[in-house]
Design a protein around this ligand. Sequence first.
Ligand code: ADP
Length: 374
Amino acid sequence: MKNCRRASPTVRPDVSVVSTLAVVIALAVFVIDALTSLEIAAGVFYVVVVLLVASAGNRPATIGAAWGCVALTLLGFVMSHYDAYSGGAIARCLVSLLAIATTSMLALRNLAATAMLHEQVELLNLAQEALARSTAELAHVTRITTLGELAASVAHEVTQPIAAIVTCGGAALRWLNRPAPEIDEAAQSVTQMIRDAKRADEVIQRIRAMARKHDRLPATSNLNGICSESIELVRFELERHDIELETDFAVPAPTACCDRVQLQQVLINLIMNSAQAMLAANGPRRLRIVTRWFDDAHAQVIVQDSGTGISEDDRGRMFNAFFTTKAEGMGMGLSICRSIVEAHGGRIWAESPDDGGAMLQFILPVDKGRCHEQ
Ligand code: ADP
């Protein structure tokens, strides 16, 4: 998902300006060549006409200009020397013709090379677009796969508020069915029901955003908020595996110009990897998520775990596509994380602290008001 910059073709001069200028120069050379008695090979200056037309990048026009210059040279020769064809005049005419022919050939060869270059640039642009499309598709597929892996969490997140709504609904009915209905108590239960319904709706919105095919436009986003939302999506997963979570968020919260859903995808990937590494390590399961200011221009997010840690060898290749040490792994998670972070102008890397575990971290340029508000 790298921000692909289209390779730009060469800027060509305006055709009408070039043709007018070429005609004016050709006429001027013709006048000097045919109507003056200067004993110079003035026709050599026709090469300027050929080069000028060639600069517009039009092959047929360049060939036409070359033949036109040859014709004008011969006409000029006939007109100025019709009474006496001296050896010097013939030689000057031949030099001019030779200059025009050589220049035209070189200009045509140059045009062919430029056309080939343009074709290659076009192919490169198409390849870049195809790559960007496939990376976006892949990111989408991985998001769906991640949601599949989170199925238990997702189901829990949605069923919990729904179960609470049912309980509160029952309670409200009981308060109302009393011989002396307890309106205040019933109202409290209904308020609770509304709160739970909103919670369920938020969870569904988050899941729908993750499952959506197309990403949204980048917007000014609060990184602490993105971390909290991602944690909410995996919270049940963490609880289920007795993973102790500690957060340490920077105040004021760093903001970055980013696609919220893509960033959530990065965080969920990192958290799920940490969870798996901690399950494999059979030790204490501690996960720490930190946001902080890296420097004036960058915010940093750190996901640190007490898992297996990362060997020196793996640290260099774990972000490569298809690298995995897991039996069921795809090896795409970190590669997509890297594409997303780099597309946002950031950098992602991994460290293995001396006291064990892994520390995956990325930095993003902080938003300096270049992005639209969300
Ligand atoms: P997958 O999870 O399918 O293997 P990833 O690209 O997400 O693909 O991860 C690639 C590899 O990086 C993992 O197989 C694992 O070896 C290593 N890795 C990633 N995160 C951690 C971590 N927190 N601790 C230890 N190893 C990790």
